[in-house]
Design a protein around this ligand. Structure first.
Ligand code: GMT
Length: 374
């Protein structure tokens, strides 16, 4: 198949999922055309079936706001014609499926199906401004196939938007051959001495990630045992987080790595992974840690309980309860048997439920289905 994929190329789970999906589909013989404002995050590999088409947003002095949605629709149309695309797969209803809807309407000689994957941000957007609801519902209803990345998000979308068309659950996935337990030496010794433990967090440091809670949790852990904290990523709350680390007196033990693409080698150093978010429709970063055999401590929100079972692959605790999360992290760090058992369970669950080998065929089946009924 010849597939156009659109996502935000920024540092976030949806961009990672879209990029990995494109890579995996290319390896399976499909021609993939990314249509985006920049090369998507984690797009490290090249492959003869992978192509990138930049969306240039016109900046004209009369425009207060550059017309991104229209620029994207135009480029989708151009690529669909020039590359004879079979379908468009967009990540986010707003605005990407609206652009796809326009591109489909412009392409009069044939009907190009649209698949929309929901990651949760559309819900957040409508929560912040109800006026987006009719447009979001419209673009979901007009898609030929719609997927949600967790059952939680599927249910919320149906409820919030009053959706009557089917929404398919296709969970997020991880390449279990890339994200896997270290099979030799790790970089651990470069950062931690002897028996020092390593805690890891990975996100885009948006307020919803509650990165300052990561510091609070770490400061509690650090009082009980020698440890280091890896902070991978960057974003709006980084400065506040650095400040809090100094305020809590743990700044020498916290390492800020900034944005990284090859996160697996850092995850492989971890003894426990922390994700205390306010909300996660899925929690891809936790899954990546799990695939590396690292137990996780997360907040019990959104779709996270579908990925992590409390007491099995790690622990879940109420949002904001940094004391409980620190205690659960200490349970793992102070009991090597538990750490080993949970790490193994985490790897097993990633293998059994969320490996790309299992999930990519679900997307291929959906593509076949929408092409069959186009
Ligand atoms: O959470 C973010 O800041 C990024 C956002 C995105 O759109 O990339 O993540 C959403 O999609 C990810 C991939 O499906 C999910 O793993 C995240 O849980 C979800 N974030 C939220 O629901 C807050």
């Amino acid at each position: 198949m010849r597939i156009g994929i659109t996502c935000y190329p920024t540092y976030g789970g949806s961009g990672v999922v879209a990029t990995e999906l494109g890579l995996e589909l290319a390896l399976r013989g499909h021609d993939i055309h990314f249509i985006s404002t920049a090369v998507p995050v984690r797009m490290a590999d090249t492959h003869h079936r992978l192509h990138f088409h930049e969306v240039e947003v016109l900046n004209y002095p009369l425009f207060d706001h550059p017309p991104y949605t229209l620029a994207l629709a135009s480029q989708m149309y151009n690529v669909a014609v020039n590359e004879r695309l079979d379908l468009l797969h967009v990540h986010y209803a707003i605005p990407h499926s609206v652009s796809a809807y326009l591109a489909r309407a412009m392409l009069r000689e044939r009907r190009i199906p649209i698949v929309t994957t929901l990651h949760g941000t559309d819900i957040t957007l409508v929560g912040a401004n109800r006026s987006y609801l009719p447009m979001t519902r419209f673009s979901i209803e007009e898609s030929d196939g719609v997927t949600a990345i967790s059952e939680y998000l599927r249910q919320v979308t149906i409820r919030e938007f009053g959706i009557r068309r089917p929404i398919e659950l296709i969970p997020n996935f991880v390449n279990c051959d890339v994200f896997k337990p270290a099979d030799g030496a790790t970089q651990r010794e470069d950062y931690a001495a002897g028996t020092e433990k390593i805690l890891v967090h990975l996100s885009n440091f948006r307020p919803v990630k509650r990165v300052t809670d990561v510091i609070e949790i770490f400061a509690r852990v650090r009082k009980r045992l020698p440890a280091k904290l890896f902070m991978i990523g960057d974003g709006p709350d980084r400065v506040a987080t650095e400040w809090l680390a100094r305020d809590r007196g743990v700044e020498r033990d916290v390492i800020f790595f900034g944005k990284q693409n090859q996160v697996q080698s850092l995850l492989n150093c971890g003894d426990v992974f922390l994700l205390p978010s306010e909300m996660e429709s899925f929690g891809l970063a936790a899954l990546e840690a799990m695939a590396c055999g690292v137990p996780v401590v997360c907040s019990r929100v959104g779709g996270v309980p579908e990925v992590v079972r409390d007491g099995v692959e790690g622990f879940l605790a109420p949002v904001r309860d940094t004391e409980a999360m620190a205690e659960r992290a200490l349970d793992i760090l102070e009991h090597p048997d538990l750490q080993r058992r949970m790490g193994q369970a985490a790897r097993d669950r990633a293998l059994a439920e969320f490996c790309s080998t299992k999930i990519i065929p679900l997307y291929e089946n959906l593509y076949q289905k929408v092409l069959g009924s186009a």
